[in-house]
Design a binder for this molecule. Structure first.
Ligand SMILES: [Zn+2]
Length: 249
């Protein structure tokens, strides 16, 4: 039960986060969130006392055992004081790039610990390459050193995937299990997948083509949309992270 994830809604009932059960319980006990309870045909919110009282009156077969009561495990929480909209974009960070790339070096394909990885500017900075999702990939230390300040083809290297800008949906929503989709169906409307914003392809300023194995520099932008197979699902990432952690022990 403690491994079950809980959907967190802002005050406007929009999904803004997914947390583990321990965090969910902390949010409830600290009064920052109430439990959204399905009481057909409507949804009710229960604060801590109401939740305890409800669990006493209707003890669950399986639940969270507190001191003197077994509590119903929450599915969905409603934050009391947070009304910011859901994040539209995943914040760019070193760790987020590694997650996007599944902790795999985008040149040799190897799976590495975070400490053994670097960020690589596909188009090097001194050629005008920017530090943006579409120009940054995960590289192992060896490949990173080998490529140095060159374009991939100059180093005889190829990218396994065109780097794309992940959306919040690609980081979170696509990783929902069937069971979570069922539990959260009211709050997670099915919608068109967001396209990665059409940021211009990175320019190297020299007219050189960059071979990625799937595309050229000119085709970079469209290719990123054509090849969305970079595995971004949180489930996959968690699996990879735990593999990585295990292999690092
Ligand atoms: Zn490598």
């Amino acid at each position: 039960m403690l491994t079950r994830r809980v959907l967190v809604l802002n005050r406007l009932w929009q999904p803004v986060n997914i947390v583990g059960m321990r965090r969910a319980v902390t949010l409830i006990f600290s009064g920052q969130a109430s439990v959204v309870h399905r009481s057909a045909p409507e949804l009710r919110t229960l604060d801590l006392l109401e939740w305890v009282s409800f669990s006493r009156r209707n003890p669950p077969e399986v639940g969270l055992t507190a001191a003197t009561v077994t509590l119903h495990a929450p599915d969905v929480l409603l934050l009391a004081g947070y009304d910011r909209p859901p994040a539209q974009e995943v914040r760019f960070s070193r760790h987020a790039v590694f997650r996007r790339d599944g902790f795999r070096c985008q040149y040799c394909g190897g799976l590495f610990c975070e400490a053994e990885l670097n960020l690589d500017h596909v188009v090097p900075r001194d050629r005008g390459g920017r530090t943006i999702w579409e120009n940054i990939v995960t590289a192992c230390l060896r490949c990173n050193a080998r490529k140095a300040d060159r374009l991939p083809h100059q180093a005889g290297m190829h990218l396994s995937h065109a780097p794309i800008r992940p959306t919040w949906r690609s980081f979170v929503a696509e990783g929902l299990s069937c069971e979570e989709r069922r539990r959260w169906r009211e709050f997670w409307p099915t919608e068109e997948k967001q396209k990665a914003p059409g940021d211009p392809a990175p320019e190297d300023g020299t007219g050189n083509r960059i071979r990625t194995g799937v595309t050229t520099l000119e085709e970079w932008g469209p290719a990123a949309e054509r090849y969305p197979q970079v595995d971004l699902t949180p489930k996959r990432m968690e699996a990879l992270s735990s593999q990585v952690k295990r292999s690092c022990v």
